[in-house]
Structure formats: C-alpha cells, structure tokens
Ligand binder design. Structure first.
Ligand SMILES: NC(=O)c1ccc[n+]([C@@H]2O[C@H](COP(=O)([O-])OP(=O)(O)OC[C@H]3O[C@@H](n4cnc5c(N)ncnc54)[C@H](OP(=O)(O)O)[C@@H]3O)[C@@H](O)[C@H]2O)c1
Length: 288
C-alpha cells in the first residue's frame, strides 16, 4: 500500500513540510512537492516549482495522487500577504486543485485555539478555511496544532538566537502554557492518516504535557549560560505593533498568551503512537 501511495505536499520548503517530506520519503511514499522556490528533493520525490500555483500547469502533474497535504500558511501579515489572501483564499485554490486533479483527500493544519467564537483575525482565517474544506465534499483531516517543535521551528530558532547573545527575553510573566508536540510524532501521525482510512475529523495536534513558557525556556537553555529576562508585556506588544521585524509578531503573542490547551487523549487513542516527551528532549539539549 505504502509503495503505491502518492502524496502531494504544498508549501514544500516550510519547516513542517521539509521534515514531513523527509520522513515520508524514507517510508517509500511517492511525493509530489510544490513550492514557490527551488529546494533539495528527497528520494521518490518530484518537484514542482511555481510562483502562483497556476492550475493549467499543475493539474496534469498531480493526477493519480491519493492525498494532498496543504502546508501553505502565514502567521504574520503584510500589505501584500494578509490572512484572507494566504490562509483563506489560497486554501480555496488548493481545494480546487484537489477537485480538478481528482485527489480524494486533503490534510490541513489549522491552529490550536481556532473556534467559531474566536475574535482573532488569524484564527478567523483558519476557521473559515476549515469550513470550506468541510464543505468541499473532499475527505479531510484537519489538525489544530500547538507548537510543533524540531531543530528548525520558529520558536526554537528564536530561542537559539537569543542564547547566542546570552539573554532570552520572555514576554510578560511567562506563566502562560504551551503544549508542544515533536515534529517526528507529527510526521508519524500524518503518515497514519495517509495510509489508513481516517477521514472527516478535526483533531488537536498536541503533546501530552502543558508547560509554562518560563519553564520551557528554563529547560531549553539549562545547559547554556543564558540569562532569562521577563520583559514588560506592554513593551513587547508595542514593538510587535510598530516594528514588522520584531521577534514576536502580534499574533505570535496572542497565541502564546492565549494559553490554549488541547485534547491529547483523543489523539493518543486514535493513533496509539509512543509520543516523544518534550521535556526529555529539552533536558537532553538536542534542540540546541
Ligand atoms: N509550526 C507550527 O508550530 C504550527 C502550529 C500551528 C499551525 N501551523 C500551520 O502549519 C502550516 C505550516 O507551518 P510551518 O511552521 O511549516 O510554516 P512555514 O515554515 O512558515 O511554512 C509555510 C509555507 O507556506 C508557504 N507560503 C507562505 N506564504 C506564501 C504565499 N504568499 N504564497 C504561497 N505560499 C506561501 C511557503 O512555502 P514555499 O516557500 O515552499 O512556497 C512556506 O514555506 C501553516 O499553515 C501554519 O499556520 C504550524
């Protein structure tokens, strides 16, 4: 089954996509990976480089695929790339690609905290994307991830950069929690969704433990000589609002301080994998 399975990955050069493609390639899944820029391909992989995902060029190349995994998304807006355009309209484009290429199933990564009642623009764009996937008649699995952690995720990169300069800044008290999940566990779960008959569900994609951000940072940097400093939240928000290059974007802060918790038990019951303990990874220093 695995050998004959063909999977399309969009947004192929992003953090999750890169790790997932490597994992699936090693499991002998045939990959068609789509990106706006050139990238190094893995075994069993075909590359499609396209600036605008133009249908006439792409559709013939996607035929006979079993699943599409859409990993295109943004968490910070600009005038040219806002949430409506990339998180919502682009998902519409991807759904149409699935329908026209006769790909029966789509996997989408939404966000932990997404709900009908969320007032946040980022979550609203993700919620509306979920809705259009559900209404598309495609088979779907929608994940709502907390922080997905690996060597090169955005949070890990931020912390490593701060360690280099000797001080990690924590927005506010740091008493809010995150529920990180390891990237290899995410890849294993997505493989299971690809090869088994799991469809039409929305699942929180979260690790087994919630940890306060201040403890996370403490353990992350425990083997280094790094000072940890709490920065006044007003100062951090002000920087996020006025400086497009700030370490934390406005929605990074909203998500962090949102203190969202997910249903790990449901994930565990469905996938029955041995989840990696993030605290163990942090203690081992292997993310550094
Ligand atoms: N990482 C996490 O912890 C996390 C948590 C919750 C949800 N998610 C969701 O998971 C998905 C992937 O996340 P990630 O961490 O891998 O993000 P990432 O590293 O930023 O990758 C996102 C990819 O989206 C594509 N993209 C961005 N702007 C685009 C545009 N204007 N037009 C076309 N494609 C564009 C890019 O693909 P190319 O450069 O290859 O074209 C980019 O590499 C996103 O939807 C994100 O919201 C991630």
């Amino acid at each position: 089954m695995v050998k004959n399975t063909q999977v399309v990955v969009t947004g192929a050069s992003g953090f999750i996509a890169k790790n997932l493609r490597k994992y699936l390639s090693n499991k002998n899944i045939k990959l068609i990976s789509v990106s706006r820029r050139n990238f190094k391909k893995f075994k069993n992989e075909t590359k499609i480089i396209t600036k605008n995902y133009d249908e006439t060029n792409i559709i013939p190349k996607l035929k006979n695929s079993d699943v599409l995994i859409n990993l295109v998304g943004i968490g910070k807006q600009t005038v040219d790339n806002d949430y409506n355009l990339i998180n919502y309209e682009f998902t519409k484009k991807i759904i149409n690609l699935c329908i026209k290429s006769k790909i029966p199933k789509i996997v989408y990564l939404s966000g932990l905290g997404v709900s009908k009642s969320s007032p946040l623009g980022y979550f609203i764009s993700k919620y509306k994307s979920e809705k259009q996937i559900i209404n598309s008649n495609l088979n779907y699995v929608i994940f709502r991830p907390s922080y997905i952690i690996g060597k090169n995720d955005h949070l890990t990169k931020y912390l490593k950069k701060q360690i280099k300069v000797g001080q990690i800044n924590i927005p506010g008290s740091g008493n809010y929690s995150i529920q990180p999940i390891y990237i290899d566990d995410v890849s294993q779960i997505i493989l299971d969704v690809i090869i088994r008959n799991k469809s039409n569900m929305i699942l929180d994609l979260v690790g087994s433990e919630s940890i306060t951000f201040k403890n996370y940072v403490k353990e992350f940097s425990s083997q280094t000589n790094t000072k940890i400093k709490k920065i006044n939240l007003e100062t951090v928000y002000h920087d996020a609002i006025t400086n497009s290059k700030s370490a934390f974007g406005v929605d990074d802060l909203n998500i962090l301080i949102g203190d969202f918790k997910g249903d790990h038990k449901k994930l565990q019951n469905l996938f029955k994998i041995r989840f990696t303990s993030i605290q163990k990874i942090l203690k081992s220093g292997s993310l550094l």
